[in-house]
Design a protein around this ligand. Structure first.
Ligand SMILES: NC(=O)c1ccc[n+]([C@@H]2O[C@H](COP(=O)([O-])OP(=O)(O)OC[C@H]3O[C@@H](n4cnc5c(N)ncnc54)[C@H](O)[C@@H]3O)[C@@H](O)[C@H]2O)c1
Ligand SMILES: O=C(O)C(=O)C[C@@H](O)[C@H](O)[C@H](O)COP(=O)(O)O
Ligand SMILES: [Zn+2]
Length: 377
């Protein structure tokens, strides 16, 4: 395979997965350059670009132009923006769009957008013709540091988050950091929760660095690129060690058992809570619950909450607008978590900042008691 040379202002992180290894290129200008980068790696393809209405208006013409320059014919499938697009209805719409364009198995599905589009488009690529090639062009901070890497794809149902999906790795990830300039502050903050997550999993020095440098990460420039590259390296290491979450990969779920239950409980209503915000609250709850179980100091939970609050993220159940379902409803959603084994809850807990671990068989009664204490009503 031809390896494209990274430009000097670009960082390349490699995800090592044997014959399915791939590069994550990080830096400005990668949407315009995507045609050349894709042509250098995936010979002689045509493509379907799946995007959302907001991102398509901003970046679809420039992507299409770059593909055309390389002789790559493309068709567009543009879906509504927001979490509700990760649905059966839009899966069918996108899959039919790919089939109507008469693309072959060797052609590519390109995701141009945030994590919603990446997860949906990746699932389309995994099932149409039993598996097409897939390229991620993540445009939100969350997608650049997390969802575009690692091959988890899928949709939500009323039963819970990401419950229908597949593992399907991309062949290439192109994270154009200049695209973050048009992202709203709320969505940038939400993505930052997943950045902080890597520090809290097993990189205490990175968490401390974020505590000192987060304003520069928000402003842009080298600190932002550094935070994105460190996050991608952290995720790439875990995915390379445990691609299909038979063990260690579950650490990437820190904060998500609570977070996903909250997203389901508000009906995936992004006006009330987006994924990264749910993760922010979930990260604090995971640290508080660890303290309640006498595994960690309450000071660590206070430190996590203080940092996420300083950044402007929600950190408690009471920060969610509107009525929150009762603790037993939240427990019902937690019981649908994909980490449940033989009916027992698995949580990612912690012994301190950057000392997370996977705890099997966490008593439901403890979790319910904790949620009753934390519930705002
Ligand atoms: N597969 C994984 O490993 C993984 C990891 C983390 C999160 N996720 C999933 O990712 C989803 C959340 O992703 P998200 O936070 O990117 O949400 P999103 O895809 O809804 O994007 C957030 C919003 O920002 C807009 N947007 C995106 N890029 C933009 C840009 N450059 N300029 C202007 N607007 C832009 C979008 O239109 C959308 O309105 C959730 O469904 C979550 O479950 C998946
Ligand atoms: O890549 C992973 O593994 C993660 O857990 C990353 C999470 O940030 C992400 O939200 C993921 O979609 C959660 O996966 P799920 O298996 O809990 O649905
Ligand atoms: Zn997440």
């Amino acid at each position: 395979m031809t390896k494209a040379v990274a430009a000097p202002d670009r960082t390349c992180v490699r995800v090592e997965l044997g014959e399915r290894s791939y590069d994550i290129l990080i830096g400005p200008g990668l949407i315009a350059d995507a045609g050349a980068q894709i042509a250098a790696r995936l010979n002689g393809i045509n493509a379907a670009i799946i995007s959302d209405e907001t991102v398509a208006e901003l970046y679809l013409p420039i992507l299409r132009e770059g593909l055309a320059r390389e002789g790559i014919e493309s068709t567009d499938i543009v879906l509504p923006a927001g979490e509700k697009t990760k649905s059966f209805e839009h899966l069918i719409e996108a899959a039919h769009g790919v089939l109507e364009a008469r693309l072959e198995r060797g052609d590519a599905v390109i995701a141009l957008g945030g994590g919603v589009i990446g997860d949906l488009a990746g699932f389309v690529a995994s099932v149409v013709r039993r598996g097409m090639r897939f390229v991620q062009i993540p445009t939100s901070l969350l997608a650049q540091v997390d969802s575009s890497v690692g091959g988890k794809t899928g949709i939500n149902t009323g039963h819970g988050k990401n419950l229908i999906g597949a593992f399907h790795q991309p062949a290439l990830v192109l994270a154009d950091t200049a695209a973050l300039d048009t992202l709203s502050e709320r969505e940038f903050r939400a993505g930052y929760a997943e950045v902080a997550k890597y520090g809290l999993i097993d990189r205490p020095d990175f968490f401390a660095w974020l505590e000192d440098n987060w304003p520069q990460v928000f402003t842009g420039g080298p600190a932002r690129i550094e935070a994105i590259a460190t996050s991608c390296r952290a995720k790439a290491d875990v995915v390379a060690a445990d691609e299909r979450e038979n063990g260690k990969r579950a650490l990437l779920n820190l904060g998500h058992t609570f977070g996903h239950a909250l997203e389901a409980a508000v009906g995936y209503d992004g006006r009330r809570l987006v994924h990264g915000e749910a993760v922010a609250i979930g990260l604090v709850l995971a640290h508080e619950f660890s303290a309640r179980m006498n595994l960690a100091s309450p000071d660590d939970a206070r430190r996590v909450a203080a940092h996420l609050k300083a950044v402007g993220l929600p950190t408690a159940l009471g920060d969610i607008d509107g009525d929150l379902p009762a603790p037993d409803i939240l427990m019902h959603h937690i019981a649908q978590d994909k980490k449940v084994k033989r009916g027992k809850l698995t949580f990612v807990l912690t012994r301190g900042i950057g000392q997370s671990f996977i705890a099997d068989d966490v008593p439901s009664s403890e979790v319910l008691g904790f949620l009753k204490e934390k519930h705002p009503q």
